[in-house]
Design a protein around this ligand. Structure first.
Ligand code: MLT
Ligand code: ZN
Length: 474
């Protein structure tokens, strides 16, 4: 949808914000804003991208675009995996990547105040240098931004003990379509005044407003942490062990799974040497009082042994633990580098159905002949099911086959009482599958909610919810 108004928008925004803020038509860097980390082969060219440096600039872009009825797609670091930042209707990409100020870290209030473009890993280092802790740790933490994390309500391995991003966002400043700036939420540990607008904005994938500032809850940094790797013969054995560990009442901070395909793809790049006989690994991490580490590791080791582990390895030294986690974070990029198609899902099932879900994923792989790597936050029931192929992603038959298999995975997830996305979001790639999980009534109420914030449907159009059947504009 390239409207006459969209065509001139770059010039208008340059006049308002200065030419250095706008990447206009013909600029070689503009193409970067038409892609993200989703498995879609298409490229969606925007009319221009605006690299905002302040709330005022974000508000100005939203005011001008509303006046001219130009679609706006907000973008953080572009690390999203569901096409949430793709400008599918053209128009303007509004990037917050330059808004990188950590305005405040307050050890007394246990909060920090940050701009949305701050890289998550950078924030973690800075707060940890002050003895504090920001737990949410998406695997992309070295390049994803905190605004994007809030927009998608990102999780990560430590969500098992500490919860997801939403639990750490106390207050928000949000610029709305039309340019109004809204400050909501609080700085206190508790607070129930009014409706919880903050919780309402987190996870809306930039469809309600653009986050321009976040007040985040911090914790005291755990004094010690230790990692245990339970090596299992295969995925069913590892899955059964995870279920038993959950039932046994152990509460580590991380309870992850990686299958053989995932492990084999990181071996060449990993500083940590994974055992050659690993058919699956259960990655467990504990934290707390330094004196409790040995006891906690011993308990987990004994439990893994009893549950049939072929080996149990400990990593207590900081360098060794770093190597383990670097390797874990390499799984997704390594699979992406090795295959032309990687449909990576993040379905989540109730904890009691993990073993059954793993078996069903295996069945989908066998039935379709598609290689499947499974890893991720299994303790939360949140499995990264990666459907992999060397075929051409643009070939419609390949696309149909891969997304047909993804649909089967979604159907199994829903049958087991699960949800389509535990942490990556819905964006563009999963919007058409939402009716598998939610009733038309629930979807319709969400559409009304979206319309309240963005009556013209200009902000991140075509994302998060399926279009109405009768409408071709959504
Ligand atoms: C991860 O846990 O590694 C990320 O969510 C990335 C992915 O699922 O591909
Ligand atoms: Zn993940």
């Amino acid at each position: 949808m390239k409207t006459a108004t969209a065509a001139g928008i770059a010039g208008v925004l340059e006049r308002e914000l200065g030419s250095e803020a706008v990447i206009g038509p013909g600029h070689e860097r503009l193409d970067d804003y038409g892609r993200d980390e989703s498995p879609l082969p298409e490229f969606f060219p925007p009319e221009c991208a605006v690299l905002c440096q302040s709330t005022e600039q974000v508000a100005a872009v939203l005011r001008i675009c509303k006046e001219r009825q130009v679609p706006v797609t907000p973008r953080g670091a572009g690390s999203g995996m569901c096409g949430g930042a793709l400008p599918i209707k053209g128009g303007v990409v509004l990037s917050t990547e330059k808004m990188q100020r950590i305005k405040e870290i307050d050890p007394a209030d246990l909060v920090c105040v940050v701009e949305p473009g701050v890289i998550t890993g950078v924030l973690q280092e800075q707060v940890e240098a002050q003895g504090l802790f920001y737990p949410p740790d998406p695997a992309s933490l070295e390049f994803c931004s905190i605004g994007g994390n809030a927009a998608t309500n990102a999780g990560g391995p430590r969500a098992f003990k500490y919860g997801v991003t939403r639990e750490y966002v106390l207050g928000l400043e949000v610029a709305l379509m039309g340019g109004e700036v809204l400050r909501c939420g609080r700085r206190t540990a508790k607070g129930v005044t009014g409706y919880d607008l903050v919780a309402g904005f987190v996870g809306t994938e930039g469809t309600f407003g653009v986050i321009t500032e976040l007040t985040l809850k911090l914790l005291p940094k755990p004094q010690a942490a230790a990692t245990v790797l339970g090596v299992f013969a295969n995925v069913p054995a590892a899955g059964a062990a995870i279920s038993s560990l959950l039932r046994g009442g152990l509460r580590p901070r991380v309870l992850e799974l990686a299958d053989k395909t995932s492990i084999d793809h990181i071996r060449a790049k990993s500083r940590y040497r994974f055992p050659e006989n690993a058919g699956a690994i259960v990655l467990i991490e504990v934290d707390g009082d330094p004196d409790s580490m040995a006891v906690q590791m011993e308990k987990i080791g004994v439990a893994c042994d009893e549950l049939g582990a072929i080996d149990v390895l400990g990593a207590t030294e900081a360098a060794e633990r770093r190597a383990v986690w670097e390797a874990r974070r390499l799984i997704s990029p390594s699979l992406k580098a090795a295959y032309r198609v990687k449909v990576n899902e993040d379905v989540c099932v109730p904890r009691g159905r993990i073993v059954e879900m793993l078996a069903r994923v295996d069945r989908v792989s066998a039935e379709t002949g598609i290689l499947c790597a499974v890893f991720g936050h299994a303790g939360d029931g949140n499995l990264h099911v990666n459907l992999l192929s060397h075929d051409d992603p643009a070939d419609p038959a390949v696309r149909e086959k891969m997304w047909g298999a993804a649909r089967r995975v979604f159907e199994h997830t829903i049958e087991l009482g699960g949800t389509l996305s535990g942490e990556h979001g819905i964006g563009l790639t999963k919007r058409d599958y939402v009716p598998l999980e939610q009733s038309e009534q629930v979807i319709e109420w969400q559409r009304k909610w979206k319309t309240m914030w963005d009556p013209s449907g200009l902000l991140n159009p075509g994302k998060k919810l399926p279009g109405r059947k009768s409408s071709c504009s959504e």
